[in-house]
Design a binder for this molecule. Structure first.
Ligand SMILES: Nc1ncnc2c1ncn2[C@@H]1O[C@H](COP(=O)(O)OP(=O)(O)OP(=O)(O)O)[C@@H](O)[C@H]1O
Ligand SMILES: Nc1nc2c(c(=O)[nH]1)N[C@H]1C(S)=C(S)[C@@H](COP(=O)(O)O)O[C@H]1N2
Length: 195
């Protein structure tokens, strides 16, 4: 039996939230997490514009609702309306700089403009909050990393470190499908395989 987990997914886009185009962020997040995790997931989904106070309030609401993990997409670039990192840092207890550093390493293998992405990850209470870029295809790329033609990992995706981080926060034990994402835990933190 796998632990149940509640995950917040937040798409931050002026145009998708106003209906100017169809949001692809929430479906991409839900699809990837559904493929990667064995655990039963309850999703709390929000589609909101690039408004700093609303982004912060939404993140607080999702943490208070019991989300162990909150993933955002969009609003991490340099444009005037891009304020997702500021809104996330404003409600943080701790910053987790490794996630942003690793995402930029991965994304640089795809586009030189990855340098423009300012995404951050933070802890608030017992929740891990991670900003992902807004390009829908960047969601799987940053979570999963990059493989060569034989399926060998070239750059590990950031999700490999998420289950152990959530263990350390006292959250549910997340188990991943290794063909999508091989999570890493130190040996002493591994539960015996079920069955
Ligand atoms: N939720 C989304 N659904 C579909 N495509 C998106 C979404 N968010 C972003 N994109 C695409 O990725 C690009 C970069 O995302 P970014 O977050 O910088 O958006 P933006 O240009 O600030 O505009 P907006 O906030 O109105 O989506 C967008 O120009 C758009 O083509
Ligand atoms: N993997 C990946 N990362 C990416 C991109 C991309 O296409 N793929 N686009 C970059 C660009 S052009 C920008 S401006 C930043 C910020 O994007 P955001 O404002 O959509 O969050 O993400 C970067 N990271």
């Amino acid at each position: 039996m796998h632990d149940a987990v509640r995950i917040g997914i937040v798409s931050i886009s002026d145009r998708a939230s106003s209906g100017a185009y169809v949001d692809q962020g929430l479906p991409a997040l839900q699809d990837w997490l559904g493929r990667a995790l064995h655990n039963p997931v309850t999703f709390d989904a929000r589609l909101i514009p690039d408004e700093q106070d609303l982004i912060s309030a939404t993140l607080v609401e999702l943490v208070d609702a019991g989300c162990s993990l909150v993933l955002t997409t969009g609003g991490t670039g340099p444009a005037l309306r891009d304020v997702t990192p500021e809104a996330t840092l404003a409600i943080a207890d701790k910053e987790m700089p490794g996630f942003g550093e690793q995402m930029r390493q991965i994304s640089l293998r795809f586009v030189p403009t990855a340098i423009l992405s300012r995404q951050v990850a933070v802890i608030r209470g017992q929740s891990l909050i991670i900003n992902l870029p807004g390009q829908p295809k960047a969601i799987a790329q940053t979570l999963e990393g990059l493989r060569d033609a034989d399926g060998q990992s070239l750059v590990p995706g950031i999700f490999a470190a998420v289950p152990y981080c959530i263990d350390l926060l006292g959250g549910p034990y997340l188990e991943t499908r290794s063909e999508v994402c091989a999570a890493f835990r130190p040996k002493n933190a591994q539960r015996p395989a079920a069955g």
